[in-house]
Write a protein that binds this ligand. Structure first.
Ligand code: KG4
Ligand code: ZN
Length: 358
């Protein structure tokens, strides 16, 4: 089956076509993405109203491009998927409404996908990873350890009590006068910095649960920076390196606890799967490798462009749900908040065909 996927929950306008074969494997036919980063850069973060307007302006063209690049026409599609949340509600409405319109006109089923579920299932598109696996999702808005037991069967083992890891990277970058988005900038600075120069805390370390807390780390960094201001280039690099090392240590400790919880409840995971923009960080990838090895499993880390927000992951999650008969009615609601463990895979399917009303 071939599914069109639309992603508009944050600052990327994206559309893709993905094919899912009967044996459960997948193939990306096209994956078009328009990043709004330059429109938000001046504000040091995503401005919801600007994002929503930019999605409206770009989406039609992005979808047309995805269709052309895949060489498919609408009548050859089996379903239309859009991220229905969680995310910035203005953007979510743009993507979901567009998908509903296409579904209505083409009389194809709509699949209202949870954005986090799409991150969670990407490893099955790239690596055909079998269930159950342990997901580490770390992005600008989310930090979660999840037991992925099946399509629509997710159990959250841990989450952040305050800032997301990507958010902590972004705030660190902002504090140090680096650009936006902050993650890649902090990583670059850290490469030439001394990670041992500043003694930063490792919040939550040693606890049995798999929760995170990042805000104390951010505050500690600010206090260190204030102590030595004005900052030289080397000070900035050393602060970045010390911060990144603290995050790496926290990820190691918290995820180790998460994997212990996983094993206790569901047995050995088939893999440790990384997702979200933070998984692009090489130091974090390295520690994830080490952890996977330590617990006798493998690390599945999709290519960076599939770890960050994209249309292919939405199309793929749509295809996985469609394969199970899980479609949505045209009144599916956009949701700003939508925790992954509220997503189900067992509700009865909605009517397969959209009904045209006169
Ligand atoms: O998944 P994503 O593209 O968007 C969502 O937040 O949903 O993730 C973006 C986040 C940003 O906070 C960005 O700073 C962070 O991922 N990020 C990184 C790196 N690349 C992106 N954080 C650390 N190191 C990186 N190399
Ligand atoms: Zn995301």
């Amino acid at each position: 089956m071939v599914v069109l996927g639309i992603e508009t929950t944050c600052d990327e306008t994206a559309a893709a076509l993905v094919e899912r074969y009967e044996d459960g494997r997948g193939k990306i036919l096209s994956n078009v993405i328009f990043s709004q980063v330059s429109e938000h850069a001046a504000f040091g973060g995503v401005v919801p109203e600007i994002a929503a307007r930019a999605h409206v302006e770009a989406l039609d063209l992005i979808i047309a491009k995805a269709m052309t690049q895949a060489g498919r026409t609408y009548d050859k599609l089996d379903g239309i998927a859009a991220a229905a949340g969680p995310g910035l509600i203005g953007g979510v409405i743009v993507g979901l409404t567009t998908a509903k319109s296409i579904a209505l006109v083409t009389e194809k089923p709509l699949i209202a996908v949870n954005h986090l579920e799409a991150h969670a299932l990407t490893a099955r598109l790239t690596d055909a990873t079998p269930f159950p696996y342990c997901l580490f999702l770390a992005s600008g808005g989310h930090t979660q350890v999840v037991a992925v037991r099946g399509v629509g069967n997710y159990v959250r083992l841990g989450t952040t009590l305050d800032d997301a890891i990507g958010e902590a990277f972004d705030k660190t970058a902002k504090l140090l006068g680096l650009g936006y988005p902050g993650g890649p900038q902090v990583e670059r600075e850290a490469e030439r910095g001394d990670a041992a120069r500043f003694a930063l805390p490792r919040p939550m370390s040693g606890r049995n649960d798999a929760n995170f807390s990042l805000s104390g780390l951010k505050t500690a960094l600010r206090l260190e920076a204030e102590k030595i201001a004005p900052l030289s280039d080397q000070d900035v690099a050393d602060l970045c390196a010390s911060f990144q090392q603290a995050v790496v240590d926290v990820v190691l400790d918290r995820l180790r606890a998460g994997l212990r919880l996983f094993r206790g409840q569901y047995g050995a995971p088939t893999a440790l799967v990384a997702a979200g923009g933070v998984a692009a960080n090489q130091a974090i990838r390295k520690v994830l490798h080490r952890l996977a090895f330590e617990v006798g499993t493998v690390l599945v880390a999709p290519p960076v462009e599939l770890c960050t927000d994209n249309g292919a992951m939405i199309a793929w999650a749509g295809a996985e749900r469609l394969a199970m008969g899980l479609t949505d009615a045209l009144d599916a609601a956009p949701r700003a908040r939508w925790p992954l463990d509220e997503v189900t895979g067992v509700r009865p399917p909605a009517p397969y065909r959209a009904v045209k009303q006169n």
